[in-house]
Each structure stands twice: as C-alpha cells, then as structure tokens.
Design a protein around this ligand. Structure first.
Ligand code: NAD
Length: 291
C-alpha cells in the first residue's frame, strides 16, 4: 500500500503558485485576491476558512475575510456578494458552507458572479463542467483529480465507485471521473443512501471515492485487493487524549483497509490539503483572466 499524500502534492502546487505570484509582482501586475465570507462560529468552518486565509498569505495572494453573526439576514449577505462581484480587485468569492437555516444556500451561491465562482458551485460553473468546457471545478473534486494526476494513478477504463451524491463532492466527482480526460475515462457508479448493494458494488471497484460523512463506513470486506481509495470524509470524533477533545476520522476504516489497497489517502493529510490547493488554483486562474 502506498499513501496518496495530500500534504506533499498540495505543497508542490502551492510552490508553483508562489513562483507565479512572485513573477506577477516583478511585472507590476495584480496579485490574486480571494474574499471569504464566514457566517457564525462553527468550529469546523472556522478552521477551514482560517487555513484558506493562511494559504493565501503563504503563496502571496491577497485575502479578505468577512465575518457575520449567525443571525445575519440573507439580504445583507446578497448585498455583500453584489459589492464583491463589482469590486475589480476581487478575483474569487467564497462563502463557507453550511449557512444558517434561515439563509437559502442556493440564493447565495446563485448570486456569485460565475467569473468569480472559485468554489465552482454556481449552476453556470456546474453546467460548463458537465459539458467539459473550461470552468471553475468545485475545489474538493478538483483537488482529488490533481492528487490522482500527481501520483500518476491510471484511471482510464477503470471502474470507479463514488459513494455520496452531494453537489460539492460526490456528484461532480462522478462527472470528472467519467469525463474524457486524464485523469478520467472511468466507468463510474455513483452510490448514495438509497443504494441497496453497496458492498457488492464496492467489491467491483478499481477506485473508491468515499464522501459520506460516516466514520469507518467503508470496511475491509468491501474492498478488493489493489483498489485505489480516496477518503473524503472528515468527522470529528471524541478523543479525550487530545487537547481539542476530538480527532478527525475519515469514511474509510484506514487501519484494516490499507493493507488491501494499492493507494489510499490518509485523514487528515489527504483530500483536505488538496481542496485548499485547488481553491488557490481556481483563484489564480480567475486573476490571470484579468491580468
Ligand atoms: P453530504 O452530507 O452532503 O452528502 C453525503 C452523501 O452520502 C449523500 O449524498 C448521501 O446520499 C450519502 N450517504 C449517506 N449515507 C449513506 C450510506 N449509508 N450509504 C451510501 N451513501 C450514503 O456530505 P458532503 O458535503 O458530500 O461531505 C461528505 C463528507 O466529506 C463529510 O464528512 C465532509 O465533512 C467531508 N468533506 C471533506 C472535504 C475535504 O476537503 N476533505 C470537503 C468537503 C466535504
């Protein structure tokens, strides 16, 4: 078994971006600018946004963090997005999900200018991705594709089983893996909460992408020898031995599955860092369209 090391692969991407940003500075051009909106103070969301902002600093991007209390009105959020849409210095707009229940995720996502939709959730971005046109690809599936590319994982003609059909991970992942590209060209089965024969399908998989949000859900008896495993899940489970009181667990029972598979992503240190690297790539791309 070998590790698909997201920390290493993302560092390589960040190093490349750092060089490109330094070059923009030398040429007196604008550097990429990511604006992040964070509502409330959910611990996980705080952590994700903080690492996105920190990565911007690391590679020389400008970033703006806009914070709101949990009771912010949808109107106020839409007003801010409109302002950012018209700000020529802002290249990428990111709204950290989930949003409070009284705010419509869809209304917020749809308000972002597709040219600044670096999270790739806007229907225009999704439609373009499905058609194989250049666009912003949602950061997590994009990061996974970059990870497969980095480790030169052979995907052509393979059977990929994607578990989870969310708009941010499972569904776009299934589209990308089935597209006529490299990585890509897989035969894809997409599974979800109503799938009846998940174990049987997983046993036929050459590649499994697990994006469920249930710790240790994919067990060794569901995996054939030599499978490539991408574990997207991140769940906080209680761990009194940790200062924080919790540790992160993936959707795959790493301890028992790892001895059977050919490649596997660890949690943490697998898909998470790649998601951030992909977001940075999207923001850079947006900036380059203006420079
Ligand atoms: P979600 O809750 O929106 O979707 C979960 C999916 O799992 C659903 O489509 C559902 O149908 C499916 N599912 C639920 N129970 C199932 C079952 N028993 N069998 C088969 N499928 C089942 O979650 P999401 O936003 O797609 O995130 C999934 C996980 O990935 C979460 O743990 C989340 O924290 C994590 N995540 C990680 C990153 C990262 O950067 N590493 C990014 C996004 C999400």
């Amino acid at each position: 078994m070998q590790i698909l090391d997201g920390r290493k692969a993302s560092q390589a991407i960040k190093n490349e971006l750092k060089i490109e940003v330094a070059q923009l500075v030398v040429e007196g051009k604008k550097v990429p600018h990511l604006a992040a909106i964070l509502v409330g103070n959910d611990g996980a969301s705080e952590t994700y946004v903080a690492s996105k902002v920190k990565t911007c600093e690391e590679i020389g991007f400008k970033s703006t963090l806009i914070r709101y209390d949990n009771d912010v009105s949808e109107y106020k959020l839409l007003e801010k997005i409109e302002e950012l849409n018209h700000d020529p210095d802002v290249d990428g707009i990111l709204v950290q999900l989930p949003l409070p229940k009284h705010v419509g995720d869809e209304n917020v996502i749809n308000a972002i200018d597709p040219d600044k939709d670096v999270d790739g959730f806007h229907p225009v971005s999704v439609g373009r991705m499905v058609q194989g046109l250049p666009t912003y690809i949602p950061a997590t599936p994009h990061g996974i594709m970059l990870l497969l590319e980095h480790y030169k994982i052979e995907t052509k003609g393979k059977h990929a089983v994607v578990i989870g059909r969310s708009n941010i991970v499972g569904r776009p992942m299934s589209v990308l893996l089935s597209s006529n590209s490299n990585p890509g060209n897989c035969t894809v089965t997409i599974c979800h909460s109503q799938t009846k024969n998940l174990k049987e399908l997983c046993l036929q998989a050459d590649i499994i992408v697990a994006a469920i949000g249930k710790p240790d859900y994919v067990t060794a008896d569901m995996v054939k020898e030599g499978t490539v495993i991408v574990d997207v899940g991140i769940t906080r489970v209680e761990d009194k031995s940790k200062k924080s009181g919790f540790r992160l667990k993936g959707d795959v029972d790493f301890e028992n599955v790892s001895s059977k598979c050919s490649w596997i992503t660890p949690v943490p240190g697998g898909v998470g860092p790649m998601t951030i690297a992909a977001l940075m790539k999207n923001t850079f791309r947006s900036c380059m369209q203006k420079n």
